[in-house]
Design a protein around this ligand. Structure first.
Ligand SMILES: [Zn+2]
Ligand SMILES: [Zn+2]
Length: 453
């Protein structure tokens, strides 16, 4: 029997990691790190990993899917790690960056366990990596598992993982997007029906407003930027260095080109630049729009030097596209925000997911005219600048995912993962109504359950 064990500690967007076992063979899907937890609580249930783990398959390079990989390859030295070439090129600098972040946090938060891994463990992990093109089946030694990666349309290199075991087929979505972004093309999932689908449910708690499209959201954002510039303000957009930075650079560049934005200076962070360079180098190797378009030489963003923060006063008509997207304390967006709060002309625009309890989530709740706790010794800071959110998601909407599951994927068994309890619950109820015969499960942490019907 083939089993699946959810190694995530709770039903949430946490440390994604799922263990497959068939006979004596075992394969791990993703090795993520929880974005909001600290120390060992941020890791997947590593104790459940067999030492003779054969392989790891990474769906994409985001931290919540790849951040614990050096811990897995250290615990399971024989495991090969499979991923697309773009994922490998993005994951290596990201994991080294994680070591730097953890080392800094050790000093700032007295987190004695940090860093959980070192630059050397990243380098040793990389030696076990194998890159595999999309649509090329590969086998894992000594097992009946066969795998096949399909483009997921989420970020560069992101993949759906098809799992074949004897005559049965399962699909692990990782993170996917069924609609276009500025750079990524929509995911076209392989044909169903499937025996089993392991589905991300990120947006399950978020209804898409009637009439909201990518085009209308892009236009609303560009209009808000034009209005900010017209009143003499500048714009801060807290973004993740991987994915959102490259999408926004592309959108803003196109808008500058076709006159929907006036000439403007765009600043990005150092990690954002390093990862954008990978997007440029891998541009013809992974599916995306504008395969000939090189972001750095054509958009020509300035790299923001955090050492300038002390003396900085943003000028009218500038855009700061800096991390982190959640505005975690001690990151550039968190520090820079303090300069924007007092200025009525300025604006802070969110363009991605903001966890409600993160500083970004708290700031969205406070809104213009409110006050926000920003770890300031004098108490909450008044927010005078404009605060808005534009839904430029890299994830499929819940409506699109439910339609795909019910009408095309049609799995006999559906596992709901990668979503908060409310998000998973929406999918459970919606699918129970539309496809009452489908076996829908939320895999409990740490328990092996049958993968196939
Ligand atoms: Zn992702
Ligand atoms: Zn994710």
């Amino acid at each position: 029997m083939t089993t699946l064990t959810n190694l995530t500690r709770a039903p949430e967007i946490g440390a994604n990691s799922y263990l497959l076992k068939s006979g004596s063979a075992s394969v791990l899907l993703d090795a993520g790190m929880h974005p909001r937890q600290e120390g060992w609580a941020a890791t997947p249930l590593l104790d459940a990993l067999p030492r003779d783990l054969e392989a790891v398959i990474l769906s994409h390079a985001h931290h919540d899917h790849a951040g614990a990989l050096p811990l897995v390859t250290r615990a399971c030295p024989g495991a090969k790690v499979w991923m697309t070439s773009a994922t490998a090129a993005l994951a290596e600098p990201l994991l080294h960056n994680s070591v730097n972040v953890m080392t800094r946090q050790r000093n700032e938060t007295r987190q004695q366990d940090y860093p959980l891994y070192t630059h050397r463990s990243v380098d040793e992990s990389v030696l076990a990596w194998e890159t595999i093109p999309l649509q090329r089946p590969f086998r894992v030694d000594n097992s009946e598992f066969q795998f096949l990666l399909h483009d997921a349309g989420h970020i560069l290199g992101s993949a759906l993982t098809e799992i074949r075991c004897g005559s049965q087929r399962a699909l692990y979505t990782g993170d996917l997007n069924l609609a276009r972004q500025s750079l990524m093309i929509p995911c076209r999932p392989p044909e169903g029906p499937w025996d089993t689908v392991i589905l991300e449910t990120t947006r399950g708690a978020q209804a898409t407003p009637h009439g909201q499209t990518r085009d209308s959201t892009e236009e609303a954002l560009l209009q808000a930027i034009r209005q900010t510039f017209a009143r003499g303000g500048s714009v801060l957009m807290p973004v993740f260095a991987l994915g959102k930075t490259q999408e926004m650079l592309t959108l803003l560049h196109q808008a500058r080109q076709n006159g929907r934005l006036p000439p403007t200076t765009i600043y990005i962070g150092g990690l954002g630049r390093a990862l954008t360079e990978v997007y440029d180098r891998q541009r013809s190797l992974a599916p995306r729009q504008h395969a000939g378009f090189k972001i750095i030489p054509e958009v020509r963003p300035e790299t923001f030097d955090p050492r300038r923060l002390a003396s900085l006063r943003p000028k009218a008509g500038q855009i700061y596209l800096v991390s982190s997207g959640m505005m975690t304390p001690h990151t550039t967006s968190h520090t820079l925000a303090r300069l924007f709060f007092p200025q009525q002309n300025d604006a802070i625009f969110f363009v991605g997911f903001t966890e409600p309890t993160s500083p970004a989530g708290l700031l969205r709740q406070a809104g213009q005219g409110g006050a926000v706790d920003w770890s300031d010794p004098h108490g909450p800071l008044p927010v005078r600048c404009e605060i808005r959110h534009f839904d430029m998601t890299a994830h499929a909407t819940r409506e699109d995912l439910a339609d795909w599951i019910c009408n095309q994927a049609c799995p006999k068994k559906l596992f709901l993962v990668h979503g908060d309890p409310g998000a998973q619950e929406w999918f459970r109820q919606t699918i129970a109504l539309r496809r009452p015969q489908m076996d829908v499960q939320q895999p409990p942490p740490g328990q092996a359950i049958p993968l196939f019907p």
